[in-house]
Write a protein that binds this ligand. Structure first.
Ligand SMILES: Cc1cc2nc3c(=O)[nH]c(=O)nc-3n(C[C@H](O)[C@H](O)[C@H](O)COP(=O)(O)OP(=O)(O)OC[C@H]3O[C@@H](n4cnc5c(N)ncnc54)[C@H](O)[C@@H]3O)c2cc1C
Length: 314
């Protein structure tokens, strides 16, 4: 039998997930670790440079909102990204149209130059045709904040399939391990709307446990039926299949339960003190109340239970 430290590890991508995987594998005793990175730098989305043709989550640097000075801008989509960009663009633009399917349910106070409208059905040149028959013809810029799809063009589609229009990666167990290559094939970081660093850390620990044959607490049937069970869970909660990898519904798929489950499989203590959850809900509450203000807080962890949120001057 191959000793665990003799197994070779191949990591594709040196973003947050790849770097974490490399570090934890090294700490776990693996000696032969190779990372393939297509660009000439590490860091992935968090490593933004003007020269890179990537979408970065570090909006402050990416989005030089001053370029929208005195412009009329349409933002399509009012998820976290759309709201975030709306907040920044509205500081400079003359007028911002925020277009969203369920615009009436957005309970926020927006700046006066933000006009909420329903979603577009069609676009031609710089004109947008809205679902209610209206037409926008005075636009300088249209920004699409309509989400993204998973895609693994470098993997054989017989091994990994992306279903539901880019939203469901199959076949996996617990969003991370390949059902048929449980101890040797992992996709780290798929779940959305959670704490990315935490998801990655827990998934990498689980993957290492599986590689080492040390993971416990589930059966082959659990693995084989996991995707089916998750689909049923979404169905039972009237949720769209598009949310397969989302920590979306607080009851059906909570990130906190997910961290606990992965920790239980690995027997590694789940370091997720209650204060994390409290900060998360404080932040979400602020996003929902005042999407244009929530960035104004910085959080200080006092102990496992308590934190302070203070306005900061950025
Ligand atoms: C718009 C947006 C906003 C986000 N905002 C936040 C946020 O505020 N907070 C948060 O925690 N998370 C946020 N995220 C989630 C973000 O995806 C994670 O924080 C984190 O960057 C993901 O790390 P990763 O390593 O999985 O992917 P990435 O950071 O994208 O790294 C992937 C790496 O793999 C490389 N690569 C890709 N394909 C290949 C290949 N075939 N061969 C070799 N190398 C390859 C890429 O060059 C890249 O370096 C956001 C994501 C998006 C898209």
């Amino acid at each position: 039998m191959q000793l665990k430290s003799e197994k070779s590890i191949c990591i594709i991508g040196a973003g947050q997930a790849g770097i974490c995987a490399a570090r934890r594998c090294y700490e776990a005793g693996f000696k032969d670790i190779t990372i393939f990175e297509q660009s000439n730098m590490i860091g992935g989305l968090w490593n933004y440079s003007d020269k890179l043709d990537v979408h970065s989550s570090i909006y402050d640097k990416l989005l030089k909102a001053e370029i929208f000075e005195e412009k009329t801008v349409a933002i399509i989509g009012a998820g976290l990204t759309g709201l975030d960009i709306c907040e920044q663009v509205s500081k400079y633009a003359d007028k911002v149209y925020l277009l969203y399917k369920e615009i009436d349910v957005l309970p926020y106070e927006f700046p006066q130059n933000v006009i909420k409208l329903t979603q577009p059905n069609d676009a031609k040149n710089t004109n947008l045709y809205l679902a209610n028959g209206d037409k926008l013809t005075d636009l300088d810029t249209v920004i699409y904040c309509t989400g993204y799809k998973f895609d693994f063009p470098f993997l054989d589609p017989n091994i990994i399939k992306v279903k539901v229009n880019g939203k469901l990666v199959s076949p996996l167990f617990e969003h991370v391990a390949h059902r048929d290559y449980l101890d040797s094939f992992f996709i780290i970081g798929l779940p959305c709307l959670g704490i990315a660093t935490h998801i990655i850390e827990h998934q990498v620990s689980f993957a290492i446990s599986l590689i080492n044959g040390e993971a416990t607490g589930f059966t082959k049937e659990d693995v084989d039926k996991w995707e089916e069970k998750r689909i049923k869970e979404l169905f039972d909660n009237n949720e769209s299949l598009r949310h397969f990898h989302y920590f979306h519904h607080p009851l059906s798929f909570s990130q906190w339960e997910y961290y606990k489950r992965l920790s239980n499989y690995t027997n590694i203590p789940n370091y997720c003190p209650p204060v994390y959850e409290k900060i998360w809900f404080h932040l979400l509450g602020n996003v929902q109340k005042t999407p244009c203000e929530y960035r104004k807080y910085q959080y200080k962890i006092l102990n496992d239970e308590e934190f302070e949120a203070e306005p900061w001057n950025s």
